[in-house]
Design a protein around this ligand. Structure first.
Ligand code: GYE
Length: 311
């Protein structure tokens, strides 16, 4: 019994495994946090993590995955930059019997091509952001400008859809302009500048909805440069809950964010460990939480808490 129990206790063990991680790049603060949490998790669990930065290009991710297959890694983690175009390379991994776990973004491909997917419910995130705005403006007319994430990525598609669903019955709220800011601060600022110019210097804009905090931070700068007060003249709602947005919320320059945990690797390693120990098949979709934060939720404390976690 003692032996059976102790081997049971090792059930989730992934130590000694070689795991490749095809990361998208470093477009956002959230992405940087995910990279560092994944490295930490690997180190704590004794995983030999092979890290490949794709610099936002799917072709680099496909090359990295082929490299991992050629090296004979034990598993592959991939954060897929866009949703389409994965079937061939994931079939190659499947033929090589290397389990693949998707992190933080989804793909349009048969579900048997990956073991599991660890991600948030991105449609839900969009709904939470949209519902916050519906409640906040309480029936007043409101023109929203939207900063979308990377074109063709699952969070851009889903966060747009969820937000539109949440405001569908609010005839007072209209999405006046919507464009991609590629999940980056610099593009968020640039696109917001254009929105402000074409909206009477910003006088016609009531709120900005950004698919991530980094674009919101860029937009906040553009709003200030235009001589307006972000958070007051123009409401700001976004997604991720990174430290910098809490600084903005604490300063009254942003209003709300929806949290996305950067710890996608922890549940992924747990799932792989169980799978390797006794063949346990994980849930196909492991869904992380999406909590709304506003100025009422101790933004300074949330900032510090994340800094302590190594964001
Ligand atoms: O929200 C954004 C990042 O894929 C869900 O990608 C993730 C998104 C995240 O760059 O900041």
């Amino acid at each position: 019994f003692a032996t059976a129990l102790s081997s049971g206790a090792l059930a989730q063990d992934v130590s000694g495994k070689v795991i490749g991680f095809s990361q998208i790049g470093s477009e956002s603060g959230w992405r940087a946090a995910e990279t560092s949490v994944t490295r930490q998790q690997a180190e704590e669990r004794g995983v030999d993590l092979k890290f490949a930065d794709a610099q936002q290009k799917q072709e680099n991710q496909i090359k990295a995955i082929r490299g991992f297959i050629a090296q004979g890694v034990d598993a592959i983690l991939v954060a897929p930059v866009v949703a389409t175009g994965w079937e061939d390379v994931l079939s190659e991994a499947q033929e090589a019997e290397i389990p693949v776990v998707l992190l933080d973004r989804g793909i349009d491909a048969p579900e048997d091509l990956y073991l599991t997917s660890v991600a948030s419910d991105q449609v839900h995130e969009g709904r939470v952001a949209g519902q916050w705005l519906v409640d906040e403006v309480a029936g007043e007319d409101c023109n929203v400008v939207e900063l979308q994430g990377t074109v063709g990525s699952s969070p851009a598609i889903n966060r747009k859809q969820g937000f539109e669903e949440a405001i569908a019955d609010a005839s007072n709220i209209t999405i006046a302009q919507s464009q991609t800011g590629d999940f980056t601060r610099s593009k968020g600022k640039e696109v917001m500048e254009a929105f402000l110019k074409s909206s009477n210097g910003g006088a016609d804009i009531c709120a900005v909805y950004a698919h991530n905090d980094d674009m919101a931070v860029g937009a906040i700068q553009a709003i200030k440069d235009a001589g307006l007060a972000p958070g007051e003249d123009i409401l700001v709602v976004s997604i991720d809950a990174v430290p910098d947005i809490f600084t903005a919320i604490a300063a009254g320059e942003a209003n709300a964010t929806v949290e996305l945990t950067p710890n996608m690797a922890g549940p992924a390693f747990d799932a792989l460990g169980a799978y390797w120990s006794d063949g346990t098949m994980p849930e196909k979709f492991i869904i992380t939480e999406s909590k709304l934060y506003t100025a009422a939720d101790d933004p300074q404390g949330e900032y510090e808490r994340r800094k302590d976690l190594g964001y």
